[in-house]
Design a protein around this ligand. Structure first.
Ligand SMILES: [Zn+2]
Ligand SMILES: [Zn+2]
Length: 420
């Protein structure tokens, strides 16, 4: 029987893994430069965590979760996103008493049973970040600038920042009344989901995928016009902080985010490049989340970025990194005595952190040369009986053919200085 990868999953092969590693290293280093530390959370949690923390009216929770009963009869769910798990860990591990803001970032796989389409996977990768305990708009501007600097470090251009405020429970309650009055006479024309949202969370009717293009949705009152004084001041504060940083943005009243725990600031980074338009990163403030998870009321804000989506964008912009050559030197051996010297030399080189290879397959000298060429190993050294007798070899730069004589017992030092 031949096996194949499951629908919606994908192998990341050595031929492309360096792209992922470059993105991961860049993201980690940008996060570190702000004082964010990495957190690793479990792949699965109890199902209730997501029902509570993500919101049980969202598509993610109602339609897309990988939920199963384990052998102990517990309802388990593969994480569909990172925030709920990080928030659970934050509460459970006493991080609520740490000095604020508590800055955490993550690099995870997540799982959603979604309709198959190009670039969408059921097991997918996310970079994300959460900051807990900071109330004012400065932290909003900070996490937005993490993304902005990350894109710059990746060399990406034309990714627009869109911001909005979805207010607090106070202004949203007022606004929900207006929204219901607006939609009530037309509820029969809306999709089934919207009819349910009308009762539970009318704000989410604004970003309905089915009804979003209808005039009744486009002409709906905009929450940004009905913010309470505190929410208005917060949003103005964010705008002036972004202005001070020189981070450009547009205000987009239609960003509401699909998750119930968001409040005030919401934002998206959207590609404006032809062919790859779409959201790469989305985030926002969720001041109510820690409270509804029975933690002490703590403000929070975060974002998540789709790594698959990010790499498609990097490729479209011609900004994928070059494949690095981890193996820098090929040590060819022309005799049995030379093979022993070659093996010991490789051992010493690796101990010194220099990637190298020598033949293990009993290849002829010619076949060794052919192998080294095929692997595109950038430097070559040949050890034969003459080299052993003289105690000296030539190290050849394969790109320009240049040869440098080096004493056998100085090869490690030479390589450290010249070919790493
Ligand atoms: Zn408010
Ligand atoms: Zn709808």
């Amino acid at each position: 029987m031949k096996f194949s990868a499951q629908k919606g999953t994908k192998d990341i092969l050595p031929s492309e893994i360096y792209r992922w590693q470059k993105a991961e290293q860049t993201f980690a280093s940008v996060c570190h430069s702000f004082g964010y530390e990495e957190i690793r959370i479990p792949t699965f949690e109890q199902t209730d965590l997501f029902a509570r923390g993500v919101g049980d009216t969202t598509d993610v929770v109602t339609k897309e979760m990988y939920t199963f009963e384990d052998k102990g009869g517990r309802s388990i769910t593969l994480r569909p996103e990172g925030t709920a798990g990080v928030a659970r860990s934050f509460i459970e591990n006493g991080m609520t008493s740490l000095p604020t803001p508590v800055r955490l970032f993550y690099n995870i796989t997540a799982f959603r049973y979604e309709k198959m389409q190009k670039g969408r996977y059921r097991e997918f990768h996310q970079f994300g970040l959460e900051a807990f305990g900071a109330e004012g708009p400065s932290i909003d501007a900070e996490i937005i600038s993490v993304v902005d600097i990350f894109f710059k470090k990746m060399g990406l251009e034309n990714i627009g920042l869109r911001i909005n405020s979805i207010g607090c429970p106070k202004c949203r309650a007022e606004y929900n009344k207006l929204l219901k009055d607006h939609f009530r006479p037309h509820i029969g024309e809306m999709c089934e989901d919207c009819r349910e949202r009308f009762e539970k969370n009318p704000l989410r009717m604004i970003d309905c995928k089915i009804d979003g293009s209808k005039d009744i949705v486009k002409n709906a009152p905009r929450l940004i016009d009905y913010l309470c004084e505190d929410c208005k001041a917060h949003f103005e504060g964010l705008k002036s902080e972004l202005d001070a940083l020189g981070v450009k943005y547009e205000i987009d009243p239609n960003i509401v985010r699909g998750l119930d725990y968001y409040s005030r600031t919401v934002f998206e980074f959207v590609s404006e490049n032809v062919g790859t338009q779409g959201t790469i990163c989305g985030g926002g403030r969720y001041d109510g989340l820690i409270g509804i998870m029975d933690g002490p009321a703590t403000p929070g804000i975060g974002f998540a970025m789709g790594v698959e989506r990010l790499l498609i964008e990097a490729e479209a912009q011609g900004k994928l990194p070059e494949k690095p050559s981890h193996v820098r030197l090929y040590v060819a051996a022309m005799s049995d005595a030379a093979k022993k010297t070659a093996s010991k030399l490789c051992y010493d080189l690796r101990l010194a952190g220099i990637g190298c290879e020598t033949d293990l397959a009993g290849r002829s000298f010619r076949a060794q040369m052919k192998y080294a060429g095929k692997q595109e190993i950038p430097y070559l050294v040949v050890i034969g009986d003459d080299e052993l007798a003289n105690g000296e070899v030539k190290i050849k730069n394969m790109a320009n053919g240049e040869e440098t004589p080096v004493k056998l017992d100085e090869i490690v030092k030479y390589c450290q200085d010249n070919i790493v």
